[in-house]
Design a protein around this ligand. Structure first.
Ligand code: SF4
Length: 508
């Protein structure tokens, strides 16, 4: 049944902040295209938010790497936090995909959803529905915070999450816009939420006493760690910081609201993943120095200890003593687990350059590293180190960039995203999926030095199996064996029937 809208009446009923013109017609679905969505969002008063995203998450050389819906990054951060409810506002198809992916990755938590239709979007009823959902969910015995995420269509329509109450019965309300036409990758969407939470927590800490960390305050100055990493890595980093008289602080994105205060209270921040621009802004506003790169391999650990020790005013002799104690162990671990072979590497987690450094120090020939993340000051030491060793580093790498590298460098092993792995395997090249098999391993210090070698060497040794499989299945699934007619089937001329025979096709 066609629905006809009385636009004049609806316009009269809309709340401030909703641009009716931006929401009319059929032009606001994903199919409207990025430019139309962006124009609608700007018309709906979202220019400041989009301009800030443009500064925080610069695009180029092309505008957006092919990857999953960016909002997944924010959703995942919210779902991983204790006592945090997460509510999506967006098209049902987007919410279905995001919810599915969340549970595929083991969310074990409900995802809230406020549905809408043309009328509730146009009249502003959607905003009222969101506000109602937030009030209904704000149960202080269950939640510290409620996160509301505007997906593409509500963002383009200017649904004003900023007008939600900041707190309800002590439950914080964090509303963020995470449109695919403003936030390039899901990695950076993690930063959108982490940055918004840090901002909120910073204003709380500035206005009065806040909750202490669950385990009490550390006796030593701490270093907050930016970026989701393998659970053992913060422990290893703590061991590296110990001879400097420091300790590892909370990891941001945090798993609990009160950890945000601990992170803001750190003596320094280690931007282990280099794309947390909004979070860095909050740390800098709190007066915390931020150090890039990470303690990976021998050289990375040496430089990182110097950088962290310097910003934390650790005496030079103490830094040197720590290096003398720690670096030989890392060198020993690297030489005990060598990697031989040519490897191309690409991913969208933000740790690609760190992994490449580790591979190079393990002895691998790495001609290419592609990352979906942008170039930022916090990965500069890694870029410089890699390029000095002849590695081509590509920021905002597209699938085409990664596949071109695969074709050009003919690696013994391709580490990459799903389509890169698929392409490599089709060509008989061993391949490993970066997200599941590489980024989910310890990378830091001596523990990281040996951990990659096991999985990488096992994959490299698979080449003969790929050759055998390829030879066995040669031609299967292609050409005439694809199960698809290659040409329009031609009817065969029926043989002339002899008098004694039945005509072809006649039932007996
Ligand atoms: S929210 Fe935007 S980017 Fe995400 S699936 Fe929907 S249309 Fe695509």
């Amino acid at each position: 049944m066609a629905v006809s809208l009385d636009i004049a009446a609806l316009r009269a009923r809309r709340p401030d902040g909703i641009d009716l013109a931006a929401t009319q017609g059929d032009g606001l679905g994903c199919h409207a295209g990025k430019d139309a969505m962006r124009a609608a969002a700007e018309a709906a008063g979202m220019s400041d938010t989009l301009a800030q995203y443009g500064r925080d998450y610069p695009t180029g050389p092309h505008d957006q790497p092919q990857s999953m819906c960016p909002a997944f990054g924010s959703l995942r951060v919210g779902l991983r936090m204790r006592r945090t409810a997460t509510i999506l506002s967006g098209s049902a198809c987007c919410v279905y995909g995001l919810t599915f992916t969340s549970h595929f990755y083991g969310a074990r938590r409900s995802v809230g959803y406020v549905p809408f239709n043309s009328e509730t979007l146009v009249t502003g009823k959607l905003f009222e529905d969101i506000r109602e959902a937030v009030h209904a969910s704000a149960r202080p015995d269950e939640f510290d915070a409620i996160v509301v995420i505007n997906l593409c269509v509500p963002t383009a329509s200017g649904v004003p999450l900023r007008l939600l109450p900041k707190q309800i019965d002590g439950v914080r309300v964090i509303g963020i816009d995470v449109p695919g036409f403003g936030v390039p990758t899901h990695a950076e969407a993690k930063d959108v939420l982490a940055g918004a939470m840090l901002k909120f927590a910073r204003s709380e800490a500035e206005s009065g006493p806040v909750q202490a960390p669950r385990g009490g305050r550390s006796q030593r100055p701490t270093v907050a760690l930016l970026g989701e990493m393998f659970p053992a890595d913060p422990v290893v980093i703590g061991g590296l910081l110990e001879p400097l008289g420091l300790s590892a602080g909370p990891v941001v994105p945090t798993r609990e609201w009160r950890e945000l205060y601990g992170a803001l209270d750190a003596a320094a921040v280690a931007a282990i993943h280099p794309f947390y621009t909004a979070s860095v802004r909050e740390f800098e506003a709190a007066g915390r120095p931020v150090v890039g790169s990470a303690p990976v391999g021998h050289d990375g650990t040496a430089d990182w200890l110097t950088a962290i020790g310097t910003v934390c005013d650790v005496p030079r002799e103490q830094i040197a003593a720590a290096q003398n104690r720690l670096l030989p162990v890392i060198r020993g671990a690297l030489s005990a687990a060598p990697i031989r072979g040519r490897i191309t590497l690409s991913g969208y987690e933000g740790s690609e350059l760190l992994v490449a450094r580790l591979l190079v120090e393990s002895g691998a020939d790495v001609p290419y590293v592609g990352t979906a993340c942008p170039r930022t000051p916090w990965s500069e030491p890694d870029r410089v180190w890699l390029e000095e060793r002849g590695v081509s580093v590509r920021y905002r790498a597209s699938l085409e960039d990664d596949l071109a590298a695969l074709a050009a460098f003919r690696p013994d092993l391709a580490i990459g995203t799903t389509p890169v792995v698929q392409k490599a395997k089709e060509a008989g090249t061993p391949a490993l999926y970066f997200t599941n098999l590489i980024s989910a391993r310890p990378l830091m210090g001596a523990a990281g030095a040996g951990s990659l070698a096991k999985v990488v060497n096992a994959a490299l040794a698979n080449r003969p199996r790929f050759d055998a499989m390829r030879a066995f299945f040669e031609g299967v699934g292609t050409g005439h064996a694809a199960g698809i007619w290659q040409d329009v089937p031609q009817a065969k001329a029926a043989p002339k029937a002899r008098a004694a025979e039945k005509p072809v096709g006649e039932m007996a």
